[in-house]
Design a binder for this molecule. Sequence first.
Ligand code: ATP
Length: 353
Amino acid sequence: MATPIIELKGITKQYDDGFVALTNINLTIEQGKFYSLLGPSGSGKTTILRIIAGFTNATQGQVLFNGKLINELPPNQRKVNTVFQNYALFPHLDVFDNVAFGLTLQKRPKKEIKRRVLDALKLVQLPGYANREISELSGGQQQRVAIARAIVNEPAVLLLDEPLSALDMKLRQDMQYELRELQQRLGITFIFVTHDQEEALAMSDEIFVMDNGKVLQSGTPVDIYDEPINHFVANFIGESNILPGKMLADYQVEFVGKSFECADGGMRANEAVEVVLRPEDLDITTADQGKLVVKVDTQLFRGDHFEIIGIDADGNEWLIHSTNPVRDGKEIGLTFEPEDIHVMRFGEKEADF
Ligand code: ATP
């Protein structure tokens, strides 16, 4: 395998007030891929970006760039650029001067600056905008100027800190496509911070799911969605029904007092587990045909599906996606396939990297 472009090894960060924002972070970032750091507010995502950019130092651990230790390297000597949440554009400079800012500071020849700025504006699909004032641009256009300013320095890695959070939903979705497409076109490594799981699932080659200063799980969006490692990840990524259960034998699990065939094995018999069933994997049938029976409590129309809440005999709530509405109060049967049941070790907290 080629040397990873960035590695974080055993990174811990304690801020001056004593708060420990990161604990033993180990990440491997490969060249040319799109990564997301995904987690709730305060989980430590921005702190990781700041350590990679060199804006703050780790208390313990190593930051490697192309295999070399860079803990002490100042930010302007790292081949890394950051796009901030609020864009941090200079309002008194026009688009050209904003994008040219870094190159002007480096005293590059005028001709080279012009060529590189115009190229960068073309890449973010803003050709012809060079002489516009920042105040004349929409939020999405300002976002693109901020990206142009970051890529004009030809960084090996682009760090993006919640860059879409100020945009409305439609523009945000358009920008997701654009950013993904831009990353593939440039071949630059992107590390994208977000608390929005849909955004991370849609855009990333690999996601690091964070909570409370730790990386709980890393993997492709499909891996993380299909095989969440614990309750937090299953709950945070997508919608899920999570129930306590017990492993009876390999490929046999008990929950809601019944035994079901499943596709997971390798655990101790009688081991306490949690079972995840995604709402879209539950099919509705008649009560006498179902593996489970629930009584429909409420439902919401979501455009492309109905979201139904059903209650089983033990009082557990079930979230079900259905293409058709079902009458409130009706008893319905639920069916699912063995491979739709995902079994997690109970109380599993962290990935064993
Ligand atoms: P958000 O999505 O809200 O930006 P985040 O996941 O990016 O959150 P960080 O900004 O990395 O989280 O912050 C992680 C924790 O560290 C938070 O509890 C925050 O309050 C704390 N923190 C951040 N900067 C400092 C600082 N300079 N001094 C003390 N604590 C800090």
